[in-house]
Design a protein around this ligand. Structure first.
Ligand code: CTP
Length: 395
């Protein structure tokens, strides 16, 4: 959904990255309004931001007004999120101390929108106790602080201070845009992706799971305020910022990781596609070619079944993918694994299945309710699954 993002651009070399960020936010469909401090204008001209944002850029508190709204109040009220990027030591100090002496700082002072602050500066400045104190102040005041990255800095030194990757800033904006933190204080454990079962050091057995469904659940849970742990098989997805990620390879690895996390989890959602079998003997060396070969498989632990047996306070959610008799199989798994509810989908349904951005699911709960949903994005399915898990927590 399109939102109003007001970007306060301050004077630092990372300004050039903010240009790209504004372009990305526009491509996502947001309305972007840029205001620049005087020093920011030394690095990039307002025309650049005006072109990227397709909106007038404000730089001067006392410039002749183009409309009769008081501009710093108008931007402050319009903002769904106030982004400060790059945030210099100077602006961080000003915001933390309540100083409002130019257009940018007065607008920040006047807004009630959540603030996302992206520090970028020399590493010694960033480490300075005053800057750190100001950042903790802002954090305590409810600002989202997007930590800088480490590496080579424009001033020639190496350390922590460079503007973080733009994806992390986009994640923080998404988090800030969600004002209903209904999962705050909840610990959510999610599994995602396929497992890999080694045959020899070169080969393995796996399945087509992309991990997208589980990653969307982890992301939505994080945005809604949960503390999220994601036990993930090998996938090519970037986890959402702020998620505790535990990478695993085999079903046994996944079992060990999940059991470790289980006791202190409130909601457990098992979206992973776990291999049911693993080669009985894993060859230490590469198996050489021969005319024929057979592989003996042995059963992997059923992780979800184990969790069902140990279940105490947790809300336990399973997934079920079938190619036939979906509902019958899903109902059986729901009961057998002692789940609160199961999310079932048929691989052959258009818009469902591996690697897609959409899903078509039916949710069956232990009370006998069955809810069939239309095709929707995996993000929307994730939200519905989390809503339902919350309902069970409250019961
Ligand atoms: N699951 C698990 N451990 C396994 C197999 C499955 O934790 N060894 C979990 C999956 O993560 C999923 C649910 O159990 O949440 C159902 O998985 P699915 O593969 O559909 O069913 P299975 O129980 O493996 O039964 P079958 O393969 O016979 O359909």
């Amino acid at each position: 959904m399109s939102k109003n993002i007001v970007v306060a651009v301050c004077g630092g070399i990372a300004v050039y990255k903010t240009v790209d960020l504004v372009s990305r936010l526009k491509k996502k469909g947001h309305n972007v309004y840029v205001m620049m401090t005087k020093s920011a204008c030394e690095f990039v001209t307002p025309l650049t931001f005006q072109t990227m944002s397709q909106n007038e850029v404000v730089t001067d508190m006392f410039a002749p007004v183009s409309n009769w709204e008081v501009e710093h109040i108008s931007l402050a009220t319009k903002a769904d999120v106030m982004l400060v990027c790059p945030a210099t030591a100077n602006i961080i100090g000003k915001i933390a101390s309540g100083i409002a002496d130019d257009f940018v700082t007065t607008t920040i002072m006047a807004t009630k929108a959540p603030k996302v602050i992206c520090p970028a500066m020399n590493n010694n400045m960033y480490d300075n106790v005053v800057v750190q104190r100001n950042l903790s102040k802002l954090k305590n005041d409810g600002c989202y602080i997007v930590e800088p990255g480490e590496g080579f800095l424009a001033c020639g030194t190496v350390g922590k201070g460079r503007l973080t990757e733009l994806e992390n800033i986009e994640d923080a904006i998404e988090e800030a845009l969600c004002t209903d933190k209904d999962l705050l204080g909840k610990r959510v454990l999610v599994t995602a992706g396929p497992t890999r079962e080694a045959i020899d050091p070169v080969r393995y057995i796996t399945n087509h799971s992309s991990g997208k469904m589980g990653y969307e659940i982890a992301k939505r849970a994080r945005i809604r305020g949960a503390e999220v742990t994601l036990v993930s098989g090998q996938v090519s997805l970037r986890p959402f910022s702020g998620i505790n990620i535990i990478p695993v390879t085999s079903a046994q690895d996944m079992y060990n990781a999940v059991i470790n996390e289980y006791d202190h989890s409130d909601i457990v959602i098992k979206a992973a596609a776990v291999a049911d079998f693993t080669p009985k003997d894993k060859s230490e060396h590469k198996i050489k070619k021969s005319d024929s070969m057979s592989l003996e498989l042995t059963k992997n632990p059923d992780i979800l079944m184990n969790l069902g047996e140990k279940k105490a306070h947790q809300v336990l959610v399973g997934f079920c993918m079938e190619t036939k008799e979906l509902m019958e199989n899903a109902r059986k798994k729901l009961a057998k694994k002692n789940l609160d509810f199961i999310v079932a989908n048929n691989l052959n349904t258009k818009g469902a299945g591996f690697g897609t951005d959409t899903n078509v699911v039916t949710i069956i709960d232990k009370l006998g309710n069955e809810q069939s949903l239309d095709i929707m994005s995996k993000g929307d399915v994730a939200d519905i699954v989390l809503d339902k898990a919350l309902e069970f927590i409250r019961k």
